[in-house]
Design a protein around this ligand. Structure first.
Ligand SMILES: Cc1cc2nc3c(=O)[nH]c(=O)nc-3n(C[C@H](O)[C@H](O)[C@H](O)COP(=O)(O)OP(=O)(O)OC[C@H]3O[C@@H](n4cnc5c(N)ncnc54)[C@H](O)[C@@H]3O)c2cc1C
Length: 453
């Protein structure tokens, strides 16, 4: 039987660490969370300025698992939930410089100019494409083989840029989109599996999808969790983590903490070093292979009368084939009310990522010029931005590259060798906020409850 856990330190108040702490507290475990910055949330950061409310990190949370919905409810956030406006169900993809809606019905799938007749027929042939036994394939290899090149170029390439800020040629299918891999393995077809597997997904805890944020923006989630924690140390950069005879201690810029039975490192992989994690040179070298591409986010406000396009959707994504300088944009004030003054639009634009890393680090003025030119071409602008802000993420989102098993095996080896240590965060089992929430809840259950996954 494993040892009962009474005291835990969590290094980093990202969403995974916060959720784990919250759930461990429910099991009466004493938890200290130590965070380097002055506020909790990590990548989740909302800024309010006059009548503008902008997101530096995630804009939305896709609610599709009962576990996550129940967690939000238990936090007391149901009344604060903000569901995306119905227009958000419409999403655009740029083709030949024009914003074309993604098909949402059989009729629009037949008539959409996004794909040629040959491309559409190729998709219909998907159920007849034989299953591939090579499980270590990239997203691009998988999609081109099953759905054809047009689907890769005008659906999956922009979609991957929108989620991972990366390229389908770089990401491993099994790690980045495990559900697609499961559908092929289990049903031999994505199309057939999507229909045949819907009952099974419901049984697995799936609920009807709802795209949400919160009244005070995404950061209301980590702030609410943090308020419910008994022990949180902000402005505490952890500099060393040590273990002696099964007892752990943690040293931050402001003092020594411990002893603990267990330490959870919720720091991004690129922040790991041999002081805070007992790793060998070789393990560290392997872990540092995880690439977090640089990304710039521009938050721009325009008078509604200065924008030709109605912005009647979630936003648009730009396929690489279109040779543009932006990855895409969200129509943030269409998505949720009260994100901009009534007569203004708020648009969130993404630049760089794994596709164009060299663009992400340009200075704000250069980026503004480049983005305004692109927006002008695509949605028609006539005036100057009334609001502007720029966030640079030098290392944005971990890319689960081909061969990512090597990373996960290395993490597992470290944890097996150093009992009482866990590495947790978006570099493992999903990068989305809901995935991080699920991972945090499951980790607490494994450590202090009697559940194993
Ligand atoms: C621009 C952007 C847009 C995104 N959009 C979406 C979206 O729309 N929807 C969605 O679901 N997901 C989105 N994501 C992904 C999602 O936001 C992240 O994957 C998730 O929030 C990461 O959580 P995490 O638990 O890994 O911790 P992180 O957010 O990585 O937090 C780690 C924490 O550790 C702290 N830390 C680091 N070193 C130390 C140290 N030595 N001592 C103490 N503390 C330390 C850091 O300060 C930080 O607070 C987006 C991400 C980005 C960057």
């Amino acid at each position: 039987m494993s040892k009962k856990i009474n005291r835990v330190a969590i290094v980093g108040a990202g969403i995974t660490g916060l959720v784990t702490a919250w759930k461990l507290q429910k099991f009466s475990v004493e938890v200290d969370v130590l965070e380097r910055k002055a506020e909790p949330g990590g990548a989740i950061k909302t800024v309010k300025e006059d009548n503008w409310q902008v997101e530096y990190g995630p804009n939305t949370l896709l609610l599709k698992d009962r576990m996550v919905a129940e967690f939000i409810s238990e936090l007391g956030l149901n009344g604060e939930k903000k569901t995306a406006n119905p227009e958000a169900s419409k999403r655009f993809v740029v083709k030949n410089g024009v914003l074309e809606p993604l098909p949402s019905s059989l009729k629009s799938a037949v008539t959409t100019p996004l794909f040629s007749l040959g491309g559409k027929l190729r998709v219909l042939a998907e159920p007849f494409v034989p299953k591939n036994s090579d499980r270590d394939q990239t997203v691009a290899e998988f999609v081109e083989r099953r759905l054809g090149k047009e689907m890769l170029d005008y659906a999956i390439n922009p979609f991957v840029a929108g989620i991972y800020a990366n390229r389908p040629e770089y990401l491993s299918l099994r790690h980045a989109f495990p559900m697609m891999d499961d559908l092929e393995q289990e049903y031999g077809s994505l199309i057939w599996g999507t229909f045949a597997g819907s009952k099974k997904r419901k049984e697995k805890g799936r609920i009807d999808r709802e795209l949400i944020s919160f009244e005070k923006g995404m950061q209301q989630l980590p702030l609410t969790i943090a308020e419910q924690l008994n022990s949180m140390y902000l402005n505490h950069e952890v500099r060393s983590v040590t273990e002696e005879d099964g007892e752990w201690s943690v040293e931050s810029s402001l003092g020594k903490f411990g002893p603990y039975d267990h330490v959870i490192l919720n720091t991004p992989i690129y922040k790991l070093n041999q002081e805070i994690a007992p790793v060998t040179d070789q393990e560290l070298k392997t872990l540092k292979k995880v690439n977090y591409p640089p990304l710039s986010v521009l938050l721009l406000g325009f008078k509604k009368e200065d924008v030709k396009h109605e912005l009647d959707g979630f936003g648009f994504l730009v396929p690489e084939q279109e040779n543009r300088n932006i990855l895409g944009a969200l129509f943030s004030s269409t998505l949720f009310d009260e994100r901009a003054p009534k007569d203004m639009h708020l648009i969130t634009v993404f630049v760089g990522g794994g596709r164009q890393p060299e663009l992400a680090g340009k200075d704000s003025e250069e980026l503004l010029k480049l983005v305004v030119k692109e927006l002008n071409d695509l949605i028609g602008l006539s005036g100057e931005p009334q609001f502007k802000d720029h966030v640079y993420w030098p290392q944005s989102i971990p890319g689960y590259h081909e061969g990512y098993d090597e990373i996960l095996d290395t993490i597992k080896n470290i944890e097996d060798r150093k009992r009482g240590l866990t590495l947790a965060g978006n570099f493992r089992n999903g990068i989305s906020v809901p995935d991080c929430i699920k991972n945090g809840l499951k980790l607490a259950d494994q450590l202090a409850g009697s559940v194993s996954y």
